[in-house]
Design a protein around this ligand. Structure first.
Ligand code: ADP
Length: 232
């Protein structure tokens, strides 16, 4: 079943076309990686999917409620210094489920606790978020994103600021969420090697869509060859 279907999507900034005639589907269980150079429209496309920026033409069809999409944004410096406990940060991920109620229900608190356990960070619950390592902070934000969803996670460059060990750790967790928990993953990535190891599908953006299809087909494509040449 497709969770999201994009048809002929066009997204502009003033007079500049950032996403140009892009069509693809996200199927349940996919691990879809969006790759491409800087400025190729990856972030803009993701904002379109999340409903954070309006598209100019084309269509997006959702077979999932939009507030059931978990989102892990790129970490900013301000977030790194957030003065709250780990548990509070994770629980705040439950907010968009109860717009009209400022208090968290017992069920929401349980969801937050379950996600802490799932990511192996229950022992950090009372610690201050800003005292954690980069890898631990990403786990917390992932647990927070999971409070919004058991279905689809959208991750924007989740390993950018991490050291190699924390990077592998993060990729393993994401893979397990996909394989063991059936959570569909959409990930923007600069790391092409990992994208083809972990992802089952690839979107290669170049403002227009250079490639959309299975990872197996992507590694045989001209888009991939061109990308490798640029990296080397
Ligand atoms: P990527 O995520 O692949 O680096 P972006 O989606 O951020 O690419 O950007 C795509 C294009 O849109 C780029 O040419 C960029 O300069 C332009 N762009 C991105 N954000 C804005 C903005 N807020 N205002 C104007 N142009 C933007």
């Amino acid at each position: 079943m497709s969770l999201i279907e994009c048809k002929n999507l066009v997204m502009n900034y003033e007079n500049k076309v950032a996403v140009d005639d892009v069509s693809f589907t996200i199927e349940k269980g996919d691990y879809l990686c969006i790759v491409g150079e800087n400025g190729s429209g990856k972030t803009t496309l993701m904002k379109g999917i999340l409903g954070l920026k309006k598209y100019n033409s084309g269509n997006i069809e959702y077979n999932i409620k939009r507030n059931e999409i978990g989102y892990l944004p790129q970490q900013t410096i301000i977030q790194k210094d957030f003065p709250a406990s780990v548990y509070e940060v994770i629980l705040s991920g439950c907010l968009n489920r109860s717009k009209f109620n400022p208090f968290f229900s017992k069920q929401q608190k349980n969801v937050a606790k379950e996600n802490m356990e799932r990511l192996g960070i229950s022992n950090l619950a009372k610690k201050s978020y800003r005292d954690l390592s980069g890898g631990q902070q990403q786990r917390v934000l992932l647990a927070r994103a999971l409070c919004a969803t058991g279905e689809l996670l959208v991750l924007d460059e989740p390993v950018t600021a991490l050291d190699p060990i924390a990077t592998t750790d993060m990729y393993d967790i994401i893979q397990s969420l996909n394989r063991d928990n059936g959570i569909t993953i959409v990930m923007i990535s600069h790391d092409i090697d990992s994208a083809i190891v972990y992802g089952n599908k690839i979107i290669h953006m170049g403002n227009k869509m250079e490639f959309f299809g299975s990872t197996n087909d992507y590694v045989l494509s001209n888009s991939y060859r061109r990308m490798l040449k640029k990296i080397q």
